[in-house]
Design a protein around this ligand. Structure first.
Ligand SMILES: [Mn+2]
Length: 325
């Protein structure tokens, strides 16, 4: 069964559950805590409703703000990140249990440790395999020991795939939350030197910008999505603003040149929608404090539209019918 099967067959309508995660304790600079409100102001709930979906905004999670304690050994603000992620995990699990597709509005990327843990628990209950598509400039595969900065937003992939064994972060025993072979990183163009060796050995599927330039978004994305669909999988998409080229989306603390273009990003979203495998979504690292008059927030709302069925010329139903004729 794919998520296409649970959509209303006439309208492809889904019930989307928005969750705000106003936290930046895992980031190097502050401001991503303003992300959820910026996405609301840029019109995310309305844009999704206009596509025919039912949208429930569950409001914002709460947690420790602007902590004074700088825990440098073993990562910065580890305890605070853990508190936020535990709260998000519980809320995301509730939303999934209510039959809604969670749309988590971040917040820095450490939050994915909470949302993806929830997705993994939901998949265990519903007996479906979990796949993760990580759209990001970075592999986020550092550990508290390897990280040059100590910022936890550079560690969630390592934590979720069993590389980090940390009681403080809530990952004990070294058992992966997500099988590394079910984890797809896409758009990569900045990897720390020590991190790179670990990534190569990890078994993660890594598609860097070079691979995308050579093989194209369509070819790679269809390979990934076909694999997920054939396995009857639940796909969690984690969209970091820095996946996009900084000329399009300057509102992120970790810009790297050479990112996805406007059309490449929309094409990714359209292909994911057509595959009907999306089960949960994070939109992370939007920092309105350094954005250019809402430019990045607006582009994220546009991309979310494509991810939930907006198409340039064809109706959503036709696009799906044609893609799977
Ligand atoms: Mn990231």
């Amino acid at each position: 069964m794919t998520n296409r099967d649970v959509r209303d067959p006439k309208s492809n309508s889904q019930h989307l559950g928005l969750i705000g995660m106003p936290s930046d304790v895992g980031a190097g600079i502050r401001g991503a805590c303003l992300g959820p409100e910026a996405l609301r102001i840029a019109g995310l709930p309305q844009a999704l409703k206009e596509l025919g979906h039912k949208v429930t905004d569950h409001g914002d999670i709460s947690g420790p703000r602007n902590p004074e304690a700088e825990t440098t050994s073993g990562g910065r603000h580890v305890n605070e990140v853990r508190q936020w992620c535990d709260a998000l995990e519980a809320q995301t699990l509730d939303v999934l249990g209510a039959g809604q597709l969670p749309v988590i509005m971040g917040g820095d990327h450490s939050l994915s440790m909470g949302s993806i843990k929830a997705a993994a628990m939901h998949c265990a209950q519903t007996k479906r395999p979990l796949f993760v598509l990580w759209l990001d400039a970075h592999t986020d595969f550092n550990t508290p020991l390897s990280s040059p900065s100590g910022n936890v937003h550079g560690m969630p992939v390592a934590a979720l795939t069993g590389r980090i064994c940390s009681k403080d972060l809530g990952f004990e025993g070294g058992k992966p939350t997500v099988d590394p072979s079910n984890f797809y990183l896409f758009g990569i163009r900045s990897v720390d030197r020590i991190e790179r060796d670990a990534v190569v050995k990890s078994g993660l599927n890594v598609y860097d910008m070079r691979a995308i330039d050579e093989r194209s978004v369509v070819v790679i994305m269809r390979e990934i999505l076909d694999h997920v669909a054939k396995a009857g999988g639940h796909l969690h998409v984690s969209l970091d603003v820095d996946f996009l080229d900084p000329s399009l989306a300057p509102g992120v603390g970790t810009t790297v040149p050479g990112g996805a273009t406007y059309r490449e990003a929309h094409l990714c979203m359209e292909l994911i929608y057509e595959a009907g495998v999306l089960g949960s979504l994070d939109i992370v690292e939007l920092n309105p404090f350094i954005d250019a008059a809402g430019k990045s927030a607006h582009i994220l709302v546009d991309l979310a539209g494509s991810l939930f069925g907006k198409s340039i010329t064809r109706s959503a139903e036709r696009a799906v019918a044609e893609a799977y004729a």
